[in-house]
Design a protein around this ligand. Structure first.
Ligand SMILES: [Zn+2]
Length: 450
């Protein structure tokens, strides 16, 4: 058992049939990705929002006086899930359910776009929504993510595509972050698509991103990362390089949508710029992946995306792991890939990309945290880290990834506060700022008291 000096705890969670977690230092590569620490009859002690001890129930309960206790007999405790790639912010009318039938009938993305659908429909819906309206919509989506066990989310702008609308989206994300227990890490993705006003003039739009958008994003401290959709027919490798290097000068770490539909050299560019991550990677060259491994660039895999795009193939996760790329998993939540549930993504990783359940869990927690620069604070159940925990209604972690489509989450603890209780949201106006009140009343020795 490992613990800090504190003998008092705010909350002790005990009698977990299994406590399963990846163990740092991050990133986990090669065989380390599948090596979880598993404690039977596990317990964890929490003080001031942080994990102060992890071990067997007998030891933890002997050493710690807890104000609140939570008996999780028969259940499994894992780290809060980290979703390192979402397009969280778009107008409520921006979902595009009618396009599924078009996709089923075989229409390509370009044909759907030509009928006024696709990304531009979502852009119109986002431009038509106020900052308040966008923030409200983000809060709803964050609730759904939290109910499925996600406690930290990266969120990109990219459906505004004008200076004002991109800033509006990032401000909405900041508002949502302040009001919601889930931590939101903002990414500026002004170069998500070339907007209709710049049709046929991508260079001019890139110039707008570089000379107007990026300085304003930096000035308002509105984003931690800068991302580019680097793809044939959208933004070239040169565009991406110009935007990301300007972003770096503005203090924004690079990320990249890379090699999704064709190999545009995105993986090697991410390595060259020492990006935090390169995402998608379906068509990356072996050399590009090797360069990423060498530079420690996380490879964020998004299997729900090719599934919902009906591509019929997936990124080669096994090869990436073999080459030493730090593999992470994300939802790619967006109107074309309406998936809030990271548990479903872990299952897709297992069934479609042949990752093991243990690898999928590490990739959706510690390595996902690494992909957004937070692996020293979240992503594993280790002393000193934020107390972000998920309690699953199953006896062992191998149910995650194996069970497809079910929500196994019973409780979620975020920064030491019980925010999902018996499958229901239990935070009350609690933001991610310190403070807030957990309404839990627990009586030691009487099992689950509520
Ligand atoms: Zn994306």
């Amino acid at each position: 058992m490992a613990f800090l000096t504190a003998r008092e705890a705010d909350l002790v969670i005990y009698h977990a049939s299994e406590l399963a977690t990846p163990v740092g230092p991050a990133p986990l590569t090669g065989h380390r990705l599948g090596q979880l620490k598993v404690i039977r009859d596990g317990a964890v002690a929490i003080k001031d929002g942080l994990i102060v001890a992890v071990g067997r129930t007998r030891e933890i309960r002997r050493f710690f006086e807890a104000q609140d206790e939570l008996d999780v007999s028969g259940m499994t405790v894992v780290p809060g899930f980290v979703d390192p790639h979402t397009h969280l912010v778009f107008g409520p009318e921006g979902f595009r359910p009618e396009e599924l039938e078009m996709k089923i009938r075989g229409l390509t993305y370009m044909e759907i776009l030509a009928r006024g659908g696709g990304i531009m429909r979502t852009v119109r819906a986002t431009r038509a929504t106020t900052e308040e309206g966008l923030a409200r919509e983000c809060l709803r989506r964050l609730d759904l993510m939290l109910l499925h066990g996600t406690t930290t989310v990266e969120a990109k702008s990219g459906y505004g595509l004008t200076v004002e609308d991109e800033l509006k989206c990032l401000r909405a994300l900041r508002k949502a972050d302040e009001k919601h227990p889930v931590d939101v890490v903002p990414t500026f993705l002004g170069a998500h698509a070339v907007p209709p006003e710049y049709e046929g003039r991508p260079d001019d739009y890139v110039e707008l991103v570089i000379s107007e958008m990026l300085p304003k994003v930096a000035e308002g401290k509105l984003a931690s990362f800068c991302d580019v959709f680097c793809e044939k027919g959208v933004f070239s490798r040169e565009h991406a390089k110009a935007i990301l290097t300007t972003g770096l000068k503005c203090g924004l770490k690079p990320k990249l949508h890379a090699d999704e539909f064709s190999d545009t050299g995105g993986a090697s560019l991410a390595a060259e710029l020492k990006a935090a991550s390169a995402d998608h990677l379906l068509c990356s060259s072996e050399g590009g992946l090797r360069a990423m491994a060498k530079a420690g660039v996380a490879g964020v895999l998004l299997p729900a995306s090719p599934l919902t795009t009906m591509l019929g193939r997936f990124a080669d996760a096994r090869r990436m792991i073999e080459l030493g790329v730090p593999a992470a998993l994300g939802t790619d939540f967006n109107p074309n890939c309406p998936v809030e549930n990271l548990q479903a993504v872990m299952a897709l990783a297992c069934y479609c990309m042949k990752m093991t359940q243990a690898e999928a869990l590490s990739a959706a927690t510690l390595n996902a945290a690494y992909a957004i620069g937070l692996s020293d604070r979240v992503g594993s159940i280790e002393v000193g880290k934020k107390a972000d925990l998920v309690v699953l209604n199953v006896p062992g972690h191998e149910h995650l990834g194996y069970r497809l489509g079910s929500n196994l989450v019973v409780h979620v603890v975020k920064s030491g506060q019980l925010v999902v209780e018996d499958g229901k949201l239990s935070y009350r106006g609690l933001g991610s700022s310190p403070g807030g009140s957990c309404q839990t009343v627990c009586v030691p020795g009487r099992g689950r008291p509520w």
